[in-house]
Design a protein. Structure first.
Length: 459
């Protein structure tokens, strides 16, 4: 079955079976116009509401989501092919983000700045209508990265989900109404990027765009926003390094490596897809990691034991296949045959550091191993990419950990760990991995305008 939808509808397929899940109407430019008008009208009383009331409604929204975790997770499995364990975590993350944002509503305060001749104060005021364009790789949590703090700061939100994964977003909008979130304050517009997406970006009534997706599309959106002097936050591609030094706990580093690039079937901008290993332990590392690759359970996303599911679509499957050519040497796992967009875990072990699979974002269950000589060489290789989103380094030397962390050009780094994202810490990239920061203690301020007011006290 073709992935291509009809002009005014979106076809949702189950990636594990290729069976039809749903057909969803696709929003037009007129639909976007109408949605923005409704959002603007709903935003004004929301911004004027008591902070405590906004916070209370967001907590109620979180509670309603909590009561529907399993339903949302099952829906995510069907439309995105995520493992059931991951899908439950994603639905829970939406709940947690709403709770965290609610806690910031009553703490969104300005400052009093010392001046001569009077009092100077600042106010953080909501921007208005926010457009959130979410990706298909983490449909629920990344939508909530924009949705939760934007609502908490007093804005209205229009969410355009990815074309292949609109169902959980639509259900979240229903749950928001059930929780008492005012009508039209949070709207979901499924649609094509070149129609609904562009219309949202270009609309004069939309104050800011939050986009997560490819660098190519991010540049397109940024250009359109620049033409309108519109705020934008971009979370784009990644080709993250996993640097393993000879002094590391090699067994621990090798045990953690497979899922650092296989989680979510490698469809993760933070995936550690370039494993850089110090040459003196390179061969030993490969010996240790090979059994881990072979042991990864790839299969039915609803099976609790499954670790890796299918890719999102046949288009993505063909893209991943194009990177792993027959001349490459690789350690491979297994994947189901038959219907579904399956690709085995693959670790390419003998490749030039400039090969496409080593420098381009594959967005699938594929990584490369590259040797390095010393600390300087490790940093050089780690930075030899246009991306700078995330990364890891493994060493027992705390001084080295700090030196290398400061030298690697990436927004999110972990030492002896592959953790990248926590909703209470900042997240974002360097270079062509994006612009701006999401999550963390300053998340709400990214959706506000600072107003300065001077009051003269002179007679």
């Amino acid at each position: 079955m073709s992935d291509a939808p009809a002009p005014f509808e979106l076809t949702v397929l189950n990636p594990a079976t290729e069976e039809l899940v749903a057909v969803v109407p696709a929003a037009t430019r007129d639909d976007v116009d109408a949605a923005v008008a409704r959002a603007a009208a709903a935003q004004r009383p929301w911004a004027a509401a008591r902070p405590a009331d906004r916070a209370r409604l967001l907590r109620r929204f979180a509670a309603v989501v909590d009561g529907h975790i399993e339903e949302l997770a099952q829906l995510e499995v069907r439309e995105a092919g995520h493992t059931i364990g991951n899908a439950r975590w994603e639905a829970g993350n939406v709940r947690d983000l709403l709770d965290f944002a609610a806690g910031g509503v009553e703490r969104l305060s300005g400052r009093q700045i010392p001046v001569a001749g009077g009092i100077d104060v600042t106010f953080l005021e909501p921007l208005g209508v926010i457009g959130v364009i979410a990706p298909w790789n983490f449909p629920m949590p990344i939508a909530a990265w924009g949705l939760a703090p934007a609502l908490a700061a007093g804005n209205a939100v229009i969410l355009k989900p990815a074309e292949t994964t609109p169902l959980t977003a639509l259900r979240l909008a229903e749950l928001a109404l059930e929780a008492g979130i005012p009508e039209h304050l949070f709207q979901v517009l499924p649609g094509r990027g070149d129609t609904a997406g562009d219309a949202l970006v270009e609309h004069a009534g939309v104050a800011k765009i939050v986009f997560t997706g490819s660098t190519r599309v991010g540049k397109h959106i940024m250009a359109k926003c620049a033409d309108r002097v519109k705020r934008v936050t971009l979370e784009l591609g990644g080709k993250s390094p996993n640097i393993v030094f000879a002094d590391a706990d090699l067994e621990a580093a090798a045990a953690a490596a497979p899922m650092s690039f296989l989680d979510n079937t490698g469809q993760d901008c933070c995936a550690r897809t370039r494993i850089l290993v110090q040459r003196s332990v390179h061969d030993r590392f490969l010996d240790l990691v090979a059994p881990g690759i072979a042991a990864v359970a790839v299969g039915d996303p609803l099976d609790e034991k499954t670790q890796v599911g299918p890719l999102i679509s046949r288009t993505q499957l063909d893209r991943v296949r194009s990177f792993v050519t027959d001349d490459l040497t690789a350690i491979r796992g297994t994947a189901p045959e038959g219907p579904g967009f399956w690709y085995p875990p693959t670790l390419v072990t003998d490749v030039a550091p400039t090969a496409p699979v080593a420098v381009e974002e594959v967005f699938g269950p594929v990584a490369v191993v590259l040797p390095f000589e010393d600390e300087e060489d490790a940093v050089r290789l780690a930075n030899a990419t246009e991306y700078g989103l995330s990364g890891s380094l493994w060493t027992r030397d705390i001084g080295r950990a700090l030196r290398v962390s400061r030298a690697v050009a990436a927004g999110n780094l972990s030492v002896n760990s592959h953790s990248s994202v926590r909703y209470w810490t900042p997240f974002g990239g360097y270079k062509q991995s994006g612009l701006g920061r999401e999550l963390g203690p300053d998340a709400l301020t990214a959706f506000t305008e600072t107003k300065n007011v001077f009051i003269s006290t002179e007679a």
